[in-house]
Every structure is written in C-alpha cells, then in structure tokens.
Design a protein around this ligand. Sequence first.
Ligand code: HEC
Length: 175
Amino acid sequence: MLFIHILFIYRMYYVVIKSLNRMEVNVKKLLILIFLSNAVLAMQNNYSTSSQWLMDMDVVDDRFRAIQKQFRGFDTAMMEVGYRYEAIKKALFLHNYELASYHLQKVQVAIENGYIRRPARKEASQNYFLNTTFKELQKALETKDDTLVTHSFDNLKNSCNACHINQNVGFIVIE
Ligand code: HEC
C-alpha cells in the first residue's frame, strides 16, 4: 500500500516538473505568483486547519478576537431565550411552576450575557423586559396563582414582541 502511495506521489511530481519545464516563462511566473498570494492570504486569515485552531494562533490578541467572534452577539442569546420561552410555556401547561421559574432565571442570564456582548441592546432589555415583565412573572410564579401566572406570562410575551419592534426586528413574532 505504502509502495503504491510513494509511486503515485513520484508520478505526480514527475508530471508537474515535466509540464513546468514545457511552460513558457511568463506562465511559470504567474503560477509562482498565484502560489505566493495564496500563502499570504492563508497567513492573513490566521485560522489553522488543525483542531488546535485557537492555540495555533501566534498572537494572543488574535486568539481573544477569535473567541469573541465565536461567542457571537445577541442572536445566540435570543436563540436560548426562544428555547427557554417554549420550556416555560410547557412548564406552565403542566403547572410545574418550579420548572418555569428555573427557565425564567436562565432567560435573565442569557439576556444579560447577550447585552454584555452587544451593549446597544442593554437599555431596551432592561426597559422592555428585565425591570418590568420579567419581575412581574417571577413574582407571580411564587404565588402559584394560576390566573395571575397566565396574565403575567401573556404580558411577558407582549414585551418580547414590543422589544422586537423597538429593535427593528418586528418580523420576529413570539406566540
Ligand atoms: C432587547 C430587546 C429584546 C427583548 C426583551 C427580547 N428580544 Fe428577542 N430579539 C431581539 C433582537 C435584537 C433580536 C435579533 C438578534 C440579532 O439578529 O442579532 C431578537 C431575536 C429573537 C429570536 C430569533 C433568534 C434567532 O436568530 O434564531 C427569538 C426566537 C427571540 N428573539 C425570542 C425572544 C423571546 C421569547 C423574548 C421574550 C422572552 C425576547 N426575544 C425578548 C431583541 C429582544
């Protein structure tokens, strides 16, 4: 197997060298230029092709920048919020208020982490959600009063949508 492999590489090498020899000088120059510019581009890109993509970066600041990029922005926070919103809805349907409180708490964490990454979203997060409907539902869940909980959850849903409109993503509608 190894022998066939070596033979194959040797054959490829032979073909390349032969065709290079036959080529015009200008074409050779062009090929070398393309090869070099690719190498420069690969260096600028800075990403390694190995699974050590982060540690393989030589400059420490580049590693932080790469981590920052991987953490993304408010969208990933909202993906978690969307998931937990549905989990709260299901928990309320089952009257499992402890579970609903658990997920609601994580919604707060997700939104706070989200606006640390995107500070422009902080004020709206607090006005539309954290200082208002979030606290209201949190308190309602402690009372375990079905009517109050249902009413507060409805208010919470409306505040999700109000913030979406305020932040120019009104096409994302929570039901
Ligand atoms: C700061 C105001 C704000 C509040 C409060 C808010 N959202 Fe969002 N939401 C956004 C913004 C902004 C986006 C678009 C994010 C982006 O594209 O970077 C978004 C996007 C989303 C998305 C789409 C995520 C995706 O990319 O797949 C979902 C789902 C979502 N929000 C659910 C909710 C739910 C549920 C609530 C209420 C519990 C809520 N949001 C409250 C601002 C808010």
